[in-house]
Write a protein that binds this ligand. Structure first.
Ligand code: SAH
Length: 457
């Protein structure tokens, strides 16, 4: 760390600015916003400076720089277009141990000014320590776009509620919960942004009553198929707020790295046909932790309601009266098809798409006749070990042996591998494929030749 970041209070404090041009004007504006008592010294001043002087906002000294101007100053900014003067100011300030910024010359400055995003009282400062100001500016623009304008009002409102929250909730955990609920409350944020004080009061009272609930809760979150960038914003918020994360084998390390560092992690890895932790036990873990008052995130690969047994886990919670919610995820069929250039319902080739489990418990029957029909795309989850059965049944029920098929292994990750061929060869194609894999069957697979954008394999 070359520079120590700090926010300093300038309100009512004497500061000196050297320079009367455009850049100096920008600096003056900032110092005035911070409430500094500003003296500006230059040979010539832009009209804005004269105007500020008339309004008694600043004091102007029209002269060469002289060191006496530094008397009683807390902070100095040298913003003239003369390098020699700037350096002179910097040396004089250094001798008197006054912090000095020199515009465009960080090496002569004892402090630098960051790019700022002002949502007062929330302030975000970004600096590249003088190495890449353009990068810092781009970052600032991104943050500007991300941080809603009403953030400042929200923070002020939180300040106003602080004492009440302290009195109402005795433990830190309870208070944290309350604040998280308040800051995540979209309607309340809107009401604050619109200055609708009546609605703000009603919603706040509701929140105070709601959070008396000491039960924990479970949020079922879909992590998507692999690429961490495919996690939803809501999913990310949930895993960052979780006390405990109960997760599967299909959840990538990249995603687990986004969780709060101090959250407890429980691995309940499941494999097709082999459950490391039996489903009943997973249900019990969720139940026990939620009963202890914990905020539990049950994180699953893909979408929790698509071959994810999410429904079963929620039933257990429902029976025990534990609050729960669900954040959907991008299911393997969507992720793998997008990342392999196979549009599942291209309208020239398919009017519907079927998501099918190939993991057929107790030999249950699929309606092969309807699956073999034309103008549709079939996506088999957990189908590798059933490749032979799948191809035989489809051909037997009339599907063309030359129908294109694809096997997508570890879809959307950097290890994604896609193998394409014809239905008649599915068994051969599946022979060396590894789990997790998806089998896609249908004419849309042929479009990959034109639409593949992600990887060579
Ligand atoms: N809930 C998950 C599916 C769980 S079933 C979802 O919505 O995606 C597990 C099966 O999903 C695997 O056997 C495999 O067929 C498929 N699958 C999950 N992630 C995958 C990936 N990244 N690439 C290919 N197939 C995947």
């Amino acid at each position: 760390m070359d520079y120590f970041p700090l926010f300093c209070k300038l309100e009512g404090r004497d500061c000196l600015l050297i320079g009367g041009g455009e850049i100096a004007e920008r600096k003056a504006r900032l110092l005035l916003e911070a409430g500094a008592k500003l003296t500006v010294n230059a040979l010539k001043f832009n009209p804005q400076f004269i105007c500020w002087q008339e309004q008694k906002q600043i004091v102007l000294v029209q002269s060469e720089f002289k060191t006496q101007l530094l008397d009683n100053k807390w902070l100095v900014i040298a913003a003239t277009d003369c390098a020699k003067t700037n350096q002179e100011v910097s040396i004089a300030a250094e001798n008197r141990r006054i912090f000095c910024n020199v515009v465009d010359s960080p090496k002569n400055a004892s402090f630098i000014m960051p790019s700022i995003i002002d949502r007062s009282p929330i302030m975000v400062a970004v600096s590249s320590t003088g190495h890449a100001p353009v990068l810092a500016r781009l970052l600032r623009e991104k943050l500007e776009a991300m941080l809603p304008q009403h953030l400042g009002k929200l923070a002020n409102y939180a300040g106003y509620l602080r004492n009440k929250v302290k009195q109402t909730y005795k433990t830190l955990t309870e208070r944290r919960r309350f604040w998280e609920k308040l800051f995540m409350h979209d309607r309340l944020a809107q009401a604050i942004a619109n200055n609708n004080s009546e609605q703000v009061e009603t919603l706040t009272n509701e929140l105070f009553n709601l959070s008396l609930d000491h039960r924990g809760e479970v949020v079922l979150v879909g992590a998507g198929p692999g690429d961490a960038g495919l996690l939803t914003l809501k999913g990310l918020q949930q895993i960052q707020q979780a006390d405990i994360i109960v997760y599967d084998r299909l959840v990538s390390d990249e995603i687990m790295n986004l969780a709060r560092r101090d959250a407890q992690r429980i691995f309940v890895g499941k494999r097709a046909g082999y459950h490391c932790v039996p489903q009943e036990q997973i249900n019990q873990i969720l139940l026990e932790q939620a009963k202890k008052g914990q905020r539990v995130v049950r994180l699953k690969g893909g979408d929790p309601f698509i071959f994810g047994r999410g429904g079963e886990e929620l039933e257990t919670l429902h029976n025990a009266d534990i609050p729960f919610s669900v954040v959907p995820g991008i299911t393997a069929a969507s992720g793998c098809s997008a990342y392999s250039g196979i549009p599942l319902t291209h309208r020239d080739y398919a009017h519907s798409v079927r998501l099918i489990t190939g993991h057929l418990k107790d030999g249950s029957h699929l309606d092969w006749q309807s699956l073999a029909a034309e103008k549709q795309t079939l996506v088999f989850y957990m189908g590798l070990s059933q490749a032979e059965n799948i191809s035989q049944q489809l051909i037997k029920h009339g599907m063309d042996i030359n129908t294109p098929v694809a096997i997508v292994e570890q879809g959307t990750s950097t290890q994604q591998k896609v193998t394409t061929g014809l239905l008649g060869d599915l068994v051969k194609l599946a022979q060396y494929a590894c789990s997790p894999s998806l089998i896609i069957v249908g004419p849309v697979v042929a479009l990959r030749e034109k639409l593949n954008w992600f990887s060579e394999h």
